[in-house]
Design a protein. Structure first.
Lengths: 276, 275
């Protein structure tokens, strides 16, 4: 296991072709009537192609703001976001997003929600249908094809949202506390599902969470953020072939090295919560 | 339930009589019995103040077959429905797009809202003399009064509906590659539709009530006119035929709209309940 601090940070894992996505010198200051709030101190994150990076930190630390900036949905006060070394520009299907509150379109069925991104970007009908069928199968949604979101449980709704984000074949998948609104049992199942998908399809993922266990279970690299204004406190890399990968999240607790990383990350987060 | 549309509708469900429906029918029955008892059975109220249900039904039968004040009952109903439909149609067709635009375009909202807020607190009947001055005692006058009564509810509820759409849905659409117009048409408007539809229902009933009021004041046909003629001819049973017809038609129109909502907006939980 390698452990290293944030800066200076040679991009060891990405030496060949440069990072897939780079968040460079990004900070965010919100201006409101009650004054200015620094939500995010200067942050640098580089994500290699196929890498699964989790970001964990105390609530209100600006990790969701970091993700919104990465998605192009919010403008950074300083810095910029690069994809393949060039400015990423406005939000779009190259970087698809899974939101905490699902954000499904209530007037569209499961199939229509999943197809949305394909239809608005003009993908041909035959191609749309084959990709839809494939995605329905992957996420286990076939029997809900024509259901409306309000007829589904929270877990099923989030499966639809993940399918909708994946069907556009994004270069980068951004997930903003995707399981934060789910009950514990559903959350475990979906965590395992994402871990499985990840192994099969090798997505490049930036995954925001406040759950230390989730961050360690899913991440190739765990970024721990400080309290507001959020800065990157530490990055911890985990070997890709770690023994707990592919198993159930409950079983991960049986591995000493999983628990060691978890404890280390938790101590780092805890310091931020108790620090006055 | 027979579906005439080309697309297969939801599976028809076995109809059970809901207890709620029974309670509602029971209340109406009790009111009717109390009315009958107070008039026919015990004669507590003089017939020239409150006619019996039987007298009202008898009078209705007469009005259906024999013209009174220029038309049969059906003629008065058609006259009222026609003016109402014209006014409400204009209110919906103009009001809902205006509401959407007001919510979508802040500068337009800033420009229009003060005038709109000032005008909407003027009761529809205050416009009757002006409308008569401009258009005479015509269908246009009546329809204009309906329009004035119905328009604000369409605008306000459409605006509210668009304003209440969770911004995260717009972000989700943007991330998936949708431009502003596609987002408005495919995401925002459908989500705002139940609120706008509520606006239409309010507009429809406001328009109906304003129409009858306007017909009481001015006009040569219609249910309001029928009531005022009943008053002039000292025929309280005619007045009651008018009142009952107005109530029944209003309730039927709203019921039809609720059924339509289940068809037009099948994704709304409320619509699923009404199906």
């Amino acid at each position: 296991m390698r452990t290293r601090s944030a800066a200076p940070r040679p991009a060891a894992a990405t030496a060949v072709s440069g990072p897939k996505m780079e968040i460079r010198g990004v900070s965010k200051r919100f201006v409101s009537r009650r004054g200015e709030v620094d939500a995010l101190a200067t942050c640098d994150v580089a994500i290699a192609k196929g890498e699964f990076v989790t970001v964990v930190g105390p609530s209100g630390c600006g990790k969701s703001t970091l993700m919104m900036i990465a998605a192009g949905l919010e403008e950074p006060t300083t810095g910029d976001v690069l994809v393949d070394g060039t400015p990423a520009g406005p939000a779009g299907p190259r970087r698809s997003v899974v939101f905490q509150k699902f954000a499904l379109f209530p007037s569209e069925t499961v199939a229509q929600n999943i197809e949305f991104g394909l239809r608005v970007t003009g993908v041909a009908r035959a191609e749309r249908e084959s990709r839809l069928r494939e995605q329905l199968a992957i996420m286990g949604l076939e029997q809900f094809t024509h259901a409306y979101p309000h007829e589904l449980s929270g877990g099923m709704q989030q499966r639809v949202a993940i399918a909708r984000a994946l069907v556009v074949r994004p270069e980068i998948l951004l997930m903003d506390e995707p399981f934060g609104a789910l009950d514990a049992q559903t959350r475990s199942v979906l965590q395992e599902e994402v871990s499985r998908l990840r192994r099969v399809m090798s997505y490049t993922v930036l995954f925001i969470t406040h759950s230390v266990e989730e961050a360690v279970y899913l991440g190739d690299r765990i970024i721990v953020m400080s309290r507001r204004p959020g800065r990157i406190k530490k990055e911890i890399a985990v070997p890709r072939d770690a023994a707990w990968r592919g198993g159930e999240i409950e079983a991960a607790n049986d591995y000493a090295d999983f628990n060691a990383v978890r404890r280390e990350v938790w101590e780092l987060v805890r310091e931020e919560i108790v620090r006055q | 339930m027979t579906s005439g549309g080309a697309t297969p509708g939801p599976m028809p469900r076995a109809r059970r009589v809901q207890p709620a429906i029974l309670y509602g029918v029971a209340t109406l029955g009790i009111l009717l019995i109390a009315w009958a008892l107070a008039t026919s059975a015990f004669a507590l109220v003089a017939p020239r103040l409150l006619p019996s249900p039987a007298a009202v039904i008898e009078r209705a039968a007469t009005l259906i077959t024999t013209p009174f004040s220029g038309a049969t009952l059906a003629g008065h109903v058609v006259a009222s429905l026609q003016r109402w439909l014209i006014g409400v149609t204009f209110a919906v067709v103009l009001g809902i797009p205006l509401g959407v635009l007001l919510a979508w375009l802040p500068p337009l909202r800033a420009a229009v809202t003060p005038a709109f807020e000032l005008l909407r607190f003027i009761p529809p009947f205050a416009w009757v003399p002006i409308a008569v001055l401009w258009f005479g005692a015509s269908t246009t006058t009546q329809a204009l009064v309906v329009f004035i009564a119905a328009f604000p509810a369409c605008v306000i509820n459409a605006q509210l509906g668009v304003g209440q759409v969770d911004p995260i849905l717009q972000r989700a659409a943007q991330v998936l590659g949708a431009g502003p117009l596609v987002t408005l048409a495919r995401v925002v408007m459908p989500v705002a539709a139940p609120s706008a539809f509520t606006g239409v229902r309010i507009a429809v009933s406001n328009g109906w009530m304003a129409l009858v009021g306007a017909e009481l004041i001015v006009g040569k046909q219609g249910l309001g006119f029928l009531i005022s003629q009943g008053q002039n001819n000292d025929s309280v049973s005619t007045i009651f035929v008018g009142i009952v017809a107005i109530g029944l038609l209003g309730a039927l129109i709203d019921l039809a709209l609720q059924k339509a909502q289940a068809r037009i907006l099948p994704w709304t939980p409320a619509a699923a309940g009404a199906r």
